[in-house]
Design a protein around this ligand. Structure first.
Ligand SMILES: Cc1cc2nc3c(=O)[nH]c(=O)nc-3n(C[C@H](O)[C@H](O)[C@H](O)COP(=O)(O)OP(=O)(O)OC[C@H]3O[C@@H](n4cnc5c(N)ncnc54)[C@H](O)[C@@H]3O)c2cc1C
Length: 399
C-alpha cells in the first residue's frame, strides 16, 4: 500500500483536506497536536462559497442542518445607531450565488467534518501528535513529531494554522504580523440579548477604531458576540479570559444601544489578531500549506475558514487531475489558490480601515458611499468571492 498523505493539523483546514482527498480516493493521516479534536465555542459566518465546498466535500446535507439562515448582512453606524446598509440574503441572493449565506456554531461545523472523517475508511485521525519538522527525498516525505517519531507519507499538507511549524520550513518568514486589533468573544443564551436587537442578521456596528458583530446561532438558542477594538495591542494573544470592564473600555465613545450589547456578554475571551502578507510560494517538493498556515487573514471578510475549505477542494481536484503526482498537483493547486486568497487577505485589511473603523469625514464618506448602492450593486461587488468555488478566479464550477 502506498504511504498516506500526511496532514498536520486537525482544524477546519486539515479535516476538510482529508475529506476532499478521500472523495477522490486518496488515503490520509491527520496529525493533531491537541489531545482532542475540536473547535472553540464561537460562531462562524459562511458565504455561499462554503456551501459549494460542503457539497464537494460530501457533507452538504449535514452542514446545512447545522446552519441558521439569516435574512441580511446589516451595517450600522455605532455613533448614532442608524442603519448604513442592509444587504438582503433572500431568494435573489440565493439564486444569484447558487447557495445561501448562513451562520453556524464552530463546534457544530467541526463536528460535521469530524464525523465524516471518522466514518471514512480512507481517513485516519491521530491526536497528541505535534509535527515539528519534516524531511523528504525524491519519493517520500517524513513528518517529524515532537516525540521524535517519524511518520512517512507520500505528501505532507501543513494545515497547522497561524503559527504553522510547516510554514517555518517552507517559507521561513518569521512570526505573523500583529495587527494591533483586539477581539473579544462571548456566546450568550438568546434570552440575554436585548429584545430590540434580536435581529435575524449578521449585524456589524462600525465605530471609530472599534466594531461590534452579533448574530444568532444553534437554532436561535444562542447569540454570538464579537467586539473588536483597534488599541494597537503589541503582542499576539489567543483566547485569554478577561473581565467585562476591560471589554467596555474600547467602546465608551459609541451610542448606548450598541454599547449595551457588551453588558449582555459574559465569559469574555480576548484575541489579538494577526495576519500575514500574501506569500509567493506555499510549496516545497512534496510539502504544501493550506488554510491559515498558507494565508492567515483578519476576519473582516469572514472568509478564513471558507478559504481553507476551498483550498481543500482545489487540492483534491488537482490531485485527481494529475493522477496523484505531487510534483504536478501541488504547483497546480498553489496557482489556483494563491491570488484569490491574497485578494481576501488584503481586502480584509481594507475593510477594517475603510468600513469598520473610520471616524469623522472618513466615516461620513463610508456612509454616503454605501447608502447610495443598491442590492444589485452589492451582489455585483461580491460576485468574485461568492459566485464560484475559487477555481479559475471563482468563475468555474469544480468538475
Ligand atoms: C475572531 C475571528 C472570527 C472569524 N470568523 C470567521 C468567519 O466568520 N468565517 C470564516 O470563514 N472564517 C472566520 N475566521 C477565520 C477562521 O477561524 C480560520 O481561518 C480557520 O479556523 C482556519 O482553519 P485552519 O484549519 O487553517 O487553522 P486552525 O483553525 O488554526 O487549525 C489548526 C489546527 O492545527 C493544530 N496544530 C497547530 N500546530 C500543529 C502542529 N505543529 N502539528 C499538529 N497540529 C497542529 C491546531 O491545534 C489546530 O487544531 C475567524 C477568525 C477569527 C480570529
Amino acid at each position: 500500500m502506498t504511504a498516506p498523505i500526511v496532514i498536520a493539523g486537525g482544524g477546519i483546514g486539515g479535516l476538510t483536506a482529508a475529506l476532499g482527498l478521500a472523495q477522490k480516493g486518496y488515503r490520509s493521516l491527520v496529525l493533531e497536536k491537541a489531545p482532542e479534536l475540536g473547535e472553540i465555542g464561537a460562531g462562524i459566518q459562511l458565504g455561499p462559497n462554503a456551501f459549494h465546498a460542503f457539497d464537494w466535500l460530501g457533507v452538504g446535507d449535514a452542514a446545512r442542518k447545522m446552519a441558521v439562515y439569516i435574512d441580511s448582512l446589516r451595517l450600522m453606524d455605532a455613533m448614532d445607531a442608524t442603519e448604513i446598509v442592509q444587504i438582503p440574503l433572500g431568494n435573489d441572493f440565493r439564486k444569484r450565488f447558487g447557495n445561501p449565506y448562513a451562520v453556524v456554531h464552530r463546534g457544530d461545523l467541526h463536528g460535521v467534518f469530524l464525523k465524516a472523517c471518522r466514518d471514512h475508511e480512507l481517513i485516519e485521525l491521530r491526536t497528541d501528535a505535534e509535527v515539528v519538522d519534516y524531511d523528504q527525498d525524491g519519493s517520500s516525505v517524513s513528518a517529524i513529531l515532537a516525540n521524535g517519531e517519524r511518520i512517512a507519507g507520500s505528501m505532507l499538507i501543513g494545515a497547522d494554522g497561524l503559527w504553522s511549524n510547516i510554514r517555518k520550513r517552507v517559507i521561513g518568514d518569521g512570526a505573523p504580523r500583529v495587527s494591533g486589533h483586539t477581539t473579544y468573544r462571548s456566546v450568550i443564551p438568546v434570552e440575554q440579548m436585548p429584545e430590540d436587537l434580536r435581529w435575524n442578521a449578521a449585524t456589524l456596528w462600525a465605530g471609530p477604531k472599534c466594531h461590534i458583530v452579533h448574530y444568532p446561532l444553534s437554532g436561535w438558542k444562542l447569540f454570538n458576540l464579537v467586539v473588536t477594538y483597534h488599541n494597537d495591542a503589541p503582542e499576539p494573544v489567543a483566547g485569554k479570559p478577561v473581565e467585562k470592564d476591560e471589554v467596555r473600555r474600547g467602546f465608551e465613545h459609541i451610542a448606548d444601544l450598541p454599547r449595551s450589547i457588551i453588558d449582555m456578554g459574559e465569559n469574555w475571551k480576548l484575541w489579538v489578531l494577526c495576519d500575514r502578507e500574501p506569500a509567493a510560494n506555499w510549496i516545497d517538493g512534496r510539502v504544501a500549506l493550506l488554510g491559515d498556515a498558507a494565508h492567515p487573514m483578519l476576519q473582516y471578510m469572514a472568509q478564513g475558514a471558507c478559504m481553507a475549505m476551498e483550498d481543500s477542494v482545489a487540492l483534491a481536484h488537482e490531485m485527481a487531475a494529475h493522477d496523484g503526482d505531487a510534483g504536478r498537483a501541488l504547483p497546480a493547486y498553489q496557482e489556483r489558490r494563491r491570488l484569490r486568497t491574497a485578494r481576501v487577505q488584503l481586502q480584509s485589511r481594507f475593510l477594517g480601515d475603510h468600513v469598520y473603523h473610520p471616524a469623522g469625514a472618513h466615516a461620513e464618506l463610508r456612509n454616503a458611499y454605501m447608502r447610495a448602492r443598491t442590492a444589485d450593486d452589492w451582489y455585483d461587488a461580491i460576485q468574485w468571492i461568492y459566485g464560484g468555488t475559487g477555481l479559475k478566479d471563482g468563475a468555474e464550477a469544480i468538475g
